[in-house]
Write a protein of this length. Structure first.
Length: 91
């Protein structure tokens, strides 16, 4: 099932400057693995050494933060739109 993933500007060097990519995945964890297969190096930018999504990375499925859903086990279906958004600090 193809899902659309919005790639933030800092990661576009890994995707050939594409701002949106499509991957096949049943859940967010599988999506992260599919992104790594298609774009080597992207996984380490999104996930820490424990396998958790990095604190400064927010992933949204249909506008909902996965941390308030089922985290990496959040299911995906064909046509879903996933956004990867880096957290921005400031004041």
């Amino acid at each position: 099932m193809a899902i659309s993933v919005s790639i933030p500007t800092p990661l576009r060097a890994l995707t050939g400057q594409k701002d949106t990519v499509e991957v096949e995945a049943a859940n967010v964890q599988a999506m992260l693995a599919a992104l790594e297969k298609a774009f080597p190096g992207i996984h380490d930018r999104l996930v820490d050494e424990k396998g958790e999504v990095r604190r400064f990375v927010n992933i949204y499925v249909g506008g909902e933060d996965i941390r308030f859903l089922q985290n990496q086990q959040t299911p995906l279906k064909a046509g879903d739109e996933v956004s990867i958004v880096p957290a921005i600090a400031g004041g």
